[in-house]
Design a protein around this ligand. Structure first.
Ligand SMILES: Cc1cc2nc3c(=O)[nH]c(=O)nc-3n(C[C@H](O)[C@H](O)[C@H](O)COP(=O)(O)OP(=O)(O)OC[C@H]3O[C@@H](n4cnc5c(N)ncnc54)[C@H](O)[C@@H]3O)c2cc1C
Length: 357
């Protein structure tokens, strides 16, 4: 069977890995000259977002034989809003290195596949769909999904990120919620080590022309004195996708709508969707049938995102104060309750009651 994959990002490489487990060696087309995101940064896999699975890295290994080595454990998150702050501790998740370095997530996946990658090749999906039995679209954007009429925008944001020098806790993350500079988005700092970190601002509805305004405001409000050694910006938008397959073309990762809109996370969604697309191709089964859990996660994430979009700063103050009270903290972080799902159900209920009034 002839399978092509457009894009050697997380989802495309995970797809190739699973195809190979079934004895199919795909052709991978990558428009850049190497794998990995253009900018080096530290991403997170948050345990709370993926419950009831306790250890996501182990789960990916047990289920799919994909070995990922985190950059570090995440043991502390300090959250700030304009009037309050609070800290949670525990086994909160993992820090993952993104970018083109040898130990980045993409390069770790690359080392586990044998498929040929045709670099510097901007693939045309209609041509590949004629030449191959299947085309897996893993190009990290909505352009092909949109062209085929399967994409609806959910959360549009612009991200500005930097590598900063200072003094950091290597297993601690910081988050800021403040509508003055992030609107309904957020900002966060994730450490590379004690001396450098990624400082990233995600602004809802911003664009390349006004993102610097929000960045300057963020620095002014939070009174940072870090030294910036790298600065970049890019669009970061999520969408709702249906169906996930058109004829012999399957969508995975960001292009399949698996970038969840609550926090803009997609590492696990990319891996799972890539693997499921491969399984459906290899086993001749319906791709959509594998996606029930991922689609439920997206539904929950969209419901919470729509709720947060209406938040003002005082709502964020209350939220963080509540999340960091000892009793709630204990329930959220010292149990394995699927809190995100329960909160989404509560939000659904509140909306239903409101609509009855
Ligand atoms: C700043 C930032 C922070 C993030 N933080 C987190 C986080 O903390 N946790 C988390 O889970 N997720 C996070 N994410 C999301 C996640 O890292 C990515 O969205 C995810 O890795 C995307 O994987 P992908 O395979 O869908 O696409 P990508 O990794 O973008 O790969 C797509 C590939 O396709 C190639 N391509 C595009 N078009 C073509 C073409 N026509 N022909 C050939 N090749 C093509 C591109 O060059 C690229 O290599 C973050 C994203 C960003 C931008």
């Amino acid at each position: 069977m002839k399978v092509s994959i457009i894009g050697a990002g997380i989802s495309g490489l995970a797809c190739a890995h699973e195809l190979e487990q079934h004895g199919i060696i795909p052709d991978i087309y990558e428009e850049r000259n190497q794998v990995g995101e253009l900018f080096t940064h530290v991403a997170t896999i948050l345990q709370i977002m993926n419950r009831p699975v306790k250890d996501q890295i182990n789960e990916v290994y047990q289920k799919f034989n994909i070995r990922l080595k985190p950059y570090n454990l995440l043991t502390k998150i300090k959250m700030h809003t304009p009037k309050t702050s609070g800290t949670v501790y525990g086994r909160l998740g993992y820090l993952m290195k993104q970018g083109q370095d040898q130990d980045s997530t993409a390069n770790q996946l690359l080392k586990q596949i044998n498929a040929p990658i045709y670099y510097n090749y901007c693939a045309n999906y209609t041509k590949l769909a004629r030449e191959y039995d299947y085309v897996v679209v893993a190009n990290g954007t909505s352009n092909i999904t949109k062209a085929l009429g399967c994409w609806q925008d959910v959360f549009k944001s612009w991200v500005i990120g930097s590598t900063v020098l200072g003094s950091f806790d290597p297993t601690g993350m910081k988050m800021w919620l403040n509508t003055e500079y992030a609107k309904a988005g957020y900002a966060y700092l994730t450490p590379f080590n004690q001396k450098s970190a990624s400082l990233i601002l995600v602004v809802q509805g911003a664009n390349r022309n006004n993102i610097n305004y929000y960045w300057n405001k963020f620095w002014e409000k939070e009174k940072f004195t870090y030294e910036i050694v790298e600065l970049w910006d890019l669009e970061h938008s999520s969408g709702f996708v249906f169906p996930h397959q058109v004829d012999n073309i399957l969508f995975v990762g960001n292009s399949g709508g698996f970038l969840e809109p609550l926090l803009g996370f997609a590492l696990l969604g990319g891996i799972y969707s890539g693997v499921y697309a491969a399984k459906s191709i290899a086993e001749g089964t319906n791709y959509e049938d594998y996606l029930a859990q991922l689609k439920e996660n997206t539904r929950i994430s969209i419901a919470l995102r729509n709720y947060l979009n209406k938040y003002q700063n005082e709502n964020f103050d209350h939220l963080i104060a509540l999340l960091t009270t000892p009793i709630i903290k204990n329930m959220v972080y010292n149990t394995n309750l699927d809190i995100i799902k329960h909160v989404a159900s509560l939000v659904d209920l509140i909306n239903k009651v409101k609509s009855l009034k």
